[in-house]
Design a protein around this ligand. Structure first.
Ligand code: UD1
Ligand code: MG
Length: 457
């Protein structure tokens, strides 16, 4: 196997997206398109990956980090000009270079590997990944000669009516002999409908030099979709969603209605978990086995352990342990840790709190900036009063505490182990362990009040 290099084209603005966001940063299933491409390329054995950046360079760099090297294309003069920017890093190297567009988020590493292998087997100077499609509109068309050999690629805008009928398209992914590529790039001109330096022109140049140019036709049109506008973006989202959902189902996850279930590309789910419709699971969420999630739930960057149920709820950036019941209608906000066997019921909001195992917060409560021990019962309508308008304060509720309904715990405050707080209390001072604290007005009953009132009338 020869040395392998990769160039990812990501400098374009993406005018057809009509967006403030640079095209390659538009997410597909929650992950920017260019990140999908880099992740797939990174699965191959590649000596160097160079990403060409221009529009939104800093943002693209912030996204991809140090996983790739960068070359800046200051002016976007076309795809050949873009590749040229990798010259300093790559031009003197022996080996094969794959060029992939940052706007083809569905391309798979296996297909790129097959392209490399085909290229090497054919001892080619260039190999284009092509595909047959019913709708070639917008793509470059592959022109073959009478013997069926690839002659050149013609862009949509430069194609004759006859050429536009060709339904074999350039997917925008190619392998090149590295040195031949950089030599040929010098000869590309911009005399075409868009006055751009087209990378596909390298094919014709190499061909005219008598070099071997081949095409590797893939079967899977969906994988090669180039996203130039929002219509294609929605199509990519649909295909990626289907691919992700199928892979989870193959791994033993039940998805009741895949068309209505949105799972991000980096989500992990263990077997025998059931996902109900209307559920969105995103970021680096990991869900254990035998869980039930949904319907209509939103999980982002969470860790959920085994046999936990999350119904009609929102959980963000939190860890939920095993055999926990969340919802319906709970909101778990970032930095919350819920331990085993906890129940968080309807209309309960948790924020930056830890809830010890076996504890119950079953109805209508707000628990923020709190440390709640094990086997605590928090009655309906209880609130940690954590904010004085300027600062946030901690509430500590030790193990086995019982908090009666409709209680305000004005932080900073500690409720000692095993203590009881009477319903309707507003607690402003620490409660010693095993004490009963009552902090509410005494009840006064005025007998025969109504008769007296009526007599006055
Ligand atoms: C390109 C191909 C076309 C192919 C299609 C596949 C050319 C001229 N045409 O067309 O044959 O069928 O992809 O999807 O290559 N870019 C830069 N710098 C530039 C211009 C573009 O980095 O100066 C990047 C873009 O960010 C994008 C990629 O190159 O990621 C492709 O550019 P785009 O404008 O989308 O080309 P297409 O019109 O789709
Ligand atoms: Mg494109």
């Amino acid at each position: 196997m020869s040395n392998r290099y990769a160039i990812i084209l990501a400098a374009g603005q993406g005018t057809r997206m009509k967006s403030k966001l640079y095209k390659v940063l538009h997410p597909v299933c929650g992950k920017p398109m260019v990140q999908h491409v880099v992740d797939q390329v990174s699965q191959l054995k590649i000596n160097k990956i160079v990403t060409i950046i221009g529009h939104g360079a800093e943002k693209v760099k912030a996204q991809l980090g140090e996983s790739v090297e960068y070359a800046l294309q200051e002016e976007q003069l076309g795809t050949a000009h873009a590749v040229m920017q990798a010259k300093e890093i790559l031009k003197d190297r022996d080996g094969v270079t794959i060029v992939v567009c940052g706007d083809t988020p569905l391309i798979k590493s296996e297909t790129m590997e097959a392209l490399f292998n085909h290229h090497e087997k054919m001892s080619a100077s260039a190999t284009i990944l092509t595909v047959l499609t019913k709708d070639p509109e917008g793509y470059g068309r592959v022109i073959r000669n009478s013997e069926g050999l690839v002659e050149r690629i013609v862009e949509q805008k430069d194609a004759t009516i006859e050429e536009q009928k060709i339904n074999e398209i350039n997917t925008g992914t190619y392998c090149f002999d590295n040195k031949s590529l950089f030599a040929a790039l010098n000869e590309v001109s911009n005399e075409n409908a868009q006055s751009e330096y087209y990378l596909p022109d390298v094919i014709e140049i190499l061909r005219q030099q008598g070099k071997v140019v081949t095409a590797f036709q893939t079967e899977d049109y969906e994988e090669t979709l180039g996203v130039n506008d929002r219509i294609a973006l929605a199509e990519a989202e649909r295909i990626m969603k289907e691919r992700i959902n199928k892979s989870h189902m193959k791994n033993g996850v039940t998805i009741i209605d895949p068309a209505n279930t949105y799972i991000g590309a980096d989500v992990k789910i263990a077997s025998d978990t059931v996902i109900y419709p209307g559920t969105i699971i995103s970021g680096h969420t990991e869900i254990g086995q035998d869980c039930e999630v949904g319907p209509n739930s939103e999980l982002k960057d969470c860790i959920i352990k085994d046999r936990t149920v999350v119904r009609q709820s929102v959980v963000h950036e939190s860890t939920i342990a095993s055999e926990v019941k969340i919802g319906p209608f709970s909101h778990i906000r970032p930095q919350t840790i819920v331990h085993d066997h906890v129940k968080v019921g309807n209309f309960v909001e948790l924020k930056k709190s830890s809830i010890g195992s076996g504890s119950k917060i079953s109805h209508l409560s707000y628990i923020g900036d709190a440390e709640v021990g094990d086997n605590v019962n928090i009655g309906c309508g209880s609130i940690t009063v954590n904010y004085d308008g300027k600062n946030k304060y901690l509430t500590k509720i030790e193990d086995e505490v019982f908090i009666g309904c409709n209680t305000n715990l004005v932080a900073p405050v500690t409720i000692g182990k095993g203590a009881y707080v009477a319903a309707g209390s507003t607690i402003t001072k620490d409660v010693p362990s095993e004490a009963l604290s009552i902090a509410r007005a005494h009840q006064v009953n005025k007998d025969h009040y109504v008769q007296k009132l009526n007599a006055k009338k």
